[in-house]
Ligand binder design. Sequence first.
Ligand code: HEC
Length: 189
Amino acid sequence: MDELGLNKLFAGILVAGLMLMAGIKLADVLVPHSELTQNAYVIEVPEGGTAVAEAPKATGPEPIFALLASADAIAGEKLAKKCTACHVFDQGGANKVGPALWNIVNANKGAVDGFSYSGALTDFGGQWDYAALNAFLYKPKAYISGTKMNFAGLKKPSDRANMIAYLRQQADAPATLPTDAEIAAESGG
Ligand code: HEC
């Protein structure tokens, strides 16, 4: 190969090299490196806790406010047979294994005269409003861990609504029913 041929060859290699570099630069511009802003795997860590697998949450207690207005207090009275081994519902009824439950809706928790409550219940505080009764009657020991009420709970929303409708009637003046706004708030909308 003569000198001119060699020069052409080198020029060719040079141009090819330049084009390659230009190509890489161009690719850089066209396809910008996207920095990963998040971990590709999102690891859920509960706030203030460590990432341990938690037991699946129980589904209940389902909302019952909307059911209360049309709940059946007579059916509730029948359900109350599940309670009467331990509770009296009548006005002036005495404490038994559990406290007397006349006037219980909206009463302070753990406040029936002369009944010896568990520390768990008296420490819990608050009133027996509809939401508290719904949660407690769904599963007493889940709502107040350490309560000495040995009762599995009423799993059916309609049972709890009927039961609470009956409790509401066992009072000097039945508590007002939940408002539309309260019903909406309870069911998360
Ligand atoms: C095996 C006995 C037993 C049965 C059955 C039972 N309870 Fe109770 N209940 C108790 C005891 C004991 C307490 C007090 C709990 C404590 O001090 O931790 C209690 C507490 C309560 C309270 C809270 C009272 C307060 O003054 O704070 C309510 C409300 C209640 N029971 C409703 C019911 C209803 C409604 C049923 C039936 C669906 C029922 N219970 C079934 C024993 C029972």
